[in-house]
Design a protein. Sequence first.
Length: 39
Amino acid sequence: MKTIPLPAPFFQILHALARLIGLLIHDRPVIIYINGSTK
């Protein structure tokens, strides 16, 4: 698997978003609520 060279700030923001989404998923079923409201 090749890694695409990305700016450090972009990678840090992406990692922060991934952690935030993970915390939201573990706290409460936010994804189910979002999927239900977008239909």
